[in-house]
Design a protein around this ligand. Structure first.
Ligand code: ATP
Length: 537
């Protein structure tokens, strides 16, 4: 599996899907650039989401599974917001991870991402730590323990293991811990809290009072604009507000290609509804969002919907489910989050009205300091809703489907990558690498080839290319054997290739070749645009 990921990473670089940011200066960990093909793919992911969730949504009828019809509108908010936003949302105090540093290797780890096992040899008990999980973690800790105790592989039986792989968070004292990259014991520092928000300074004065943050999520822009949306449109409950945009998170250990980056894009909906119907809306959005990934090609056995257990729920949430994908870089059986769908109750709107809230039993109450004053004051603005139907005023409940555009793009790439065989122009099978991307997502929808560079074929091909280009992203190629041109497009994920050949000169038909089935059929050149437009969505 690890091999497959290396091949995908290599393909992404070779074909211009993804590059390391600032590569010529050695790169910057956790930051990525999308190349000429990657930018089209990610745009298509975003556009598919916006079309399916927002622009193409019909507010006159209830979609299957929805309790009633609803409206959808969009927003595009600023990345830097008033610092009070993050105080009331909880990010200022709570958006933290714990990290541990290794004094020997100078490496930094996220405390909850280090695992390890207790092992004893001749009365000496050590916790051998690793960043790996599952079977890989077991193998890694065994190798490290053998090395540490100066044993050979054949002496592995002398090691007495005490239990399986557990998190470093279960170990209170680091004196007996062998760090993941250390040779000596006790080199890991105690865990320290680390706020994941990027800090910046607004304006020229540059004092601490001018400090601001790059947004760690897109949601808050929607909450603080709730009243603006109500006052400027004719939306009424239930309705959703969508936003796609950059967010920043100073991850301690960015890794796994774009999966855990420090700058990435989010596609998020805050769906406002009446409190009594919120459980039905939660179920609707969970299922709707899960189906979206399947419809765009993620396979059922690599995708799962996982409900959070009670103790995993955020402090405000009445229910959360993750949509997860079995990324090839994860150990077998493990899944990585693509999207979280959360029932957030009235936590967010109330926080921006009243101030930072905390849960006390079943209640959300204002957090106060030692003198009984609010820890972080809200805006004091009324963010409640007057329901014309019931003549009641209340704070709406919120369902939040929150997806990562970069993780979804990565999952679509992982799913699409495949190696198989296709016959060349002489009918001899040739190995090929192919990205079987859904036609809606494919960066290039079709490639246009004249079979040979003579007899008027390039002229016809160029005309057709010009016609197609006004409707979709197409690519023109007249160089080299047609089989090689096909394989280059297979690797770029182009679903259709159109060839202008001898028969075109006689009857005006062209050949279309399907990337996945390799089926070829002819259509008249007059019908080509409609034929392809109908297929690429
Ligand atoms: P994780 O548990 O993986 O850190 P999260 O549950 O904290 O993620 P949210 O803050 O709920 O993530 O973000 C919503 C979505 O944004 C995630 O489902 C994921 O697709 C994406 N996302 C979160 N963190 C990152 C990151 N560091 N890099 C890329 N995408 C991310």
């Amino acid at each position: 599996m690890a091999m497959e990921m290396d091949q995908l990473v290599a393909l992404c670089k070779r074909r211009g899907y993804l590059f390391q940011s600032s590569e010529i200066y050695g790169g910057l960990n956790g930051f990525w650039d999308y190349g000429p093909l990657g930018v089209e793919l990610k745009r298509n992911v975003r556009e598919a989401w916006w079309r399916d969730m927002v622009a193409g949504h019909n507010e006159l009828i209830a979609p299957p599974g929805a309790p009633e019809p609803y409206q959808m509108v969009g927003l595009d908010c600023s990345i830097i917001m008033h610092p009070q936003v993050w105080k009331c949302s909880g990010h200022f105090d709570l958006f933290c991870d714990f990290m541990v540093d290794c004094r020997e290797s100078k490496r930094r780890y996220r405390h909850d991402q280090v695992n390890g096992r207790w092992v004893e040899h001749r009365g000496r008990r050590v916790f051998v730590a690793t960043e790996a999980a599952g079977d890989e973690g077991l193998r890694d800790t065994e190798q490290k323990a053998l090395k540490f105790f100066n044993l050979r592989n054949k002496d592995a039986g002398e090691l007495q293991w005490d239990g399986g792989l557990v998190s470093l968070t279960t170990v209170t004292d680091h004196a007996e811990v062998l760090g993941p990259d250390a040779k000596t014991l006790g080199t890991l520092t105690p865990p320290r809290e680390f706020n994941l928000m990027f800090k910046t300074i607004v304006g020229a004065m540059g004092g601490e009072e001018d400090a601001a943050f790059l947004r760690p999520e897109t949601a808050q822009g929607i909450f603080v604009n709730f009243k603006n949306v109500l006052d400027s449109t004719r939306v009424g409950l239930p309705f959703g507000v969508a936003q796609i945009g950059k967010r920043f998170r100073n991850e301690i250990t960015p890794r796994n290609f774009t999966f855990r980056s420090r700058e990435f894009e989010q596609m998020e909906i805050e769906f406002f509804c009446r409190p009594d119907s919120s459980p039905q809306w939660y179920a609707y959005w969970r299922d709707r969002r899960y189906r979206w990934y399947i419809d765009l090609g993620l396979a059922g056995d690599r995708l799962r919907l996982r409900d959070h257990s009670k103790d995993e729920l955020s402090h405000y949430s009445c229910g959360t489910a993750d949509i997860e994908y079995a990324f090839p870089f994860l150990p077998p059986g493990e899944f990585g989050e693509l999207e979280g769908v959360a029932h957030r109750g009235d936590f967010d709107l109330r926080s921006h009205m009243e101030g930072k809230l905390v849960r006390q039993g079943d209640q959300l109450v204002l957090e106060v300091d030692a003198e009984g004053k609010p820890r972080h004051r809200g805006s004091g603005k009324d963010l409640s809703y007057f329901d014309d139907q019931t003549k009641q005023r209340f704070v709406p409940h919120v369902i939040e489907p929150s997806a990562g555009a970069d993780r979804a793009t990565l999952a679509f790439l992982c799913q699409a990558y495949c190696e198989d065989e296709a016959p060349d122009e002489n009918g001899v099978p040739q190995k090929r690498t192919v990205l079987k991307l859904h036609p809606r997502l494919a960066p290039i929808k079709a490639a246009v080839f004249p079979l040979v560079k003579k007899d008027g074929m390039p002229e016809i091909a160029r005309d057709l290319y010009g016609e197609l280009k006004t409707r979709m992203n197409v690519f023109y190629d007249e160089k080299g054997a047609v089989g090689r041109r096909y394989r280059r497009q297979d690797e770029a994920g182009t679903p259709y290739c159109v060839t202008i050949d001898g028969q075109t000169l006689q009857d005006g038909t062209v050949t279309i070749r399907d990337r996945d089935s390799l089926r070829q059929w002819r259509v008249h050149r007059r019908e080509l645009v409609d034929e392809l437009a109908g297929r690429v969505g």
